[in-house]
Design a protein around this ligand. Structure first.
Ligand SMILES: Cc1ncc(COP(=O)(O)O)c(C=O)c1O
Length: 410
């Protein structure tokens, strides 16, 4: 009997992905990192040492360390966050996840149902926006400036929603090296955000994906660290090793108390995040984390500067942007006549990949002439050549920039 299994697929499936078309030659999208900065020989050494010592524990799910994950890695995370983010936590408040995308999914599963409302930064991580929309959650954007979320905008939004009888489930923020703007929220705003969260009875979910890659200024304490938890905890925290060590390892973590983690452990139905990645990372990080991140941050800063120079040379005043304080991307405003979604299509055909602004913002159409460019994985030469190519494509499609370097375009 003829049978096609697609007839058995459930209703309302999300759209299917397109088959993978390979990595673009000029790859300015995604959170990819620099292959030359991956500490391969140190990782091999760490893996060999830990497998020789503890390899037999692979016989057990979670290496018999319980559902929160490999204990030495949780101990490392607790110490790191105490040192760098002022968080006084124990390893039992850390849940190791398969990357912070799984952390976002778990926190969302814990807190959200269709029809709920969340407050998010007006421009934020596209993967966070798409997740919220897929659940059917209303995303309300608040204004950003050079110091992250504007507290006046946050307060006005909370008041407006209260007036409409809506209590948002959480405020999602990326306070230290915001994606895509690369800003760092100062201490006074973090304190104010906590006050507002208390006043309006809203939780805070903070994401620190890029915090280990800061090159300007000191890392302020996490909002989690400022939450004295009088009358209950308000903040959930997530972090990642994707940008500090390597994204393909797929290791992140959530920090929360057991009231939240206990449920997340039930909902993390993968029987544990990869043991090999956790064991290797714990071994590596204990002695090499600081020196490695210092080296890779310095290299990223060089590429950041190269991208700024290339943008200024190729786009001139047509591209407006501010230097980032860390991380792997620049957030760029082109002339109003440029539609970055169309630019994305045209550039894609010529193997230049960019993130169009609408995918990175709550109010997509209002941000049609913004784009995000990542310099994480590209070499300096690829950055120079790719940005020049992008300017050429932009001129062909939109008649701007009319001048690149000293050359007037026809
Ligand atoms: C702000 C933010 N959060 C989370 C993620 C997901 O990272 P991962 O799952 O690799 O830890 C990213 C990826 O780029 C991101 O930019």
């Amino acid at each position: 009997m003829e049978f096609d299994y697609t007839t058995a697929f459930r209703a309302n499936l999300p759209a299917a992905a397109k088959p993978w078309g390979g990595t673009p030659a000029f790859n300015f999208v995604g959170g990819n990192m620099d292959p030359s900065q991956i500490p391969v020989s140190d990782l091999i050494e760490a893996m060999t040492a830990v497998l020789n010592r503890e390899g037999k524990d692979l016989a057990f799910y979670n290496m018999s360390n319980g559902p929160l994950g490999y204990r030495p890695l949780r101990e490392f995370v607790a110490k790191l966050l105490k040192r760098k983010a002022g968080m006084d936590i124990t390893p039992d408040e850390v849940l190791i996840t398969s990357g912070s995308l799984q952390s976002l999914d778990l926190v969302n599963k814990l807190m959200l149902s269709a029809g709920d409302t969340t407050i998010i930064e007006g421009a934020t991580y596209g993967g966070a926006i798409s997740r919220l929309r897929a659940i059917g959650v209303d995303c309300v954007g608040v204004d950003l400036d050079d110091d992250g979320i504007c507290m006046v905008s946050l307060e006005a939004t909370l008041k407006r929603l209260k007036g409409e009888g809506v209590t948002p489930k959480y405020i999602f923020t990326i306070p230290t090296v915001q994606n895509p703007t690369g800003t760092v929220m100062p201490l006074d705003r973090r304190k104010r955000m906590l006050e507002l969260a208390s006043e309006f009875g809203v939780a805070i979910f903070e994401d620190y994906c890029y915090a280990d890659l800061l090159w300007e200024g000191e890392r302020p304490p996490a909002i989690y660290a400022l939450d004295k938890a009088e009358g209950g905890r308000r903040v959930l925290y997530c972090g990642s090793f994707s940008k500090s060590v390597a994204p393909a390892l797929r290791i992140g973590y959530v920090v929360a108390d057991w009231a939240a983690l206990g449920h997340m452990v039930t909902m993390k139905t993968d029987a544990g995040t990869s043991a090999l990645a956790q064991m290797m990372l714990a071994e590596f990080c204990q002695t090499k984390f600081d020196s490695h991140t210092a080296k890779s941050t310095a290299s990223l800063k060089e590429k950041h500067d190269v991208m700024m120079e290339a943008l200024s040379a190729e786009f001139g005043t047509v591209a407006e942007f501010k230097p980032a304080k860390g991380g792997i991307f620049l957030w760029i405003k082109l002339l109003d006549t440029v539609d970055s979604s169309r630019l994305f299509q045209a550039a894609g055909v010529e193997s230049v990949a960019i993130n169009p602004g609408p995918e990175w913002t709550v109010d997509g159409p209002a941000n049609k002439s913004w784009m995000r460019l990542c310099f994480g994985s590209a070499t300096k030469d690829e950055i120079r050549t790719g940005v020049a190519k992008l300017a050429e494509i932009c001129h062909r499609e939109f008649g701007t920039p009319s001048r690149s370097g000293n050359v007037e375009r026809g």
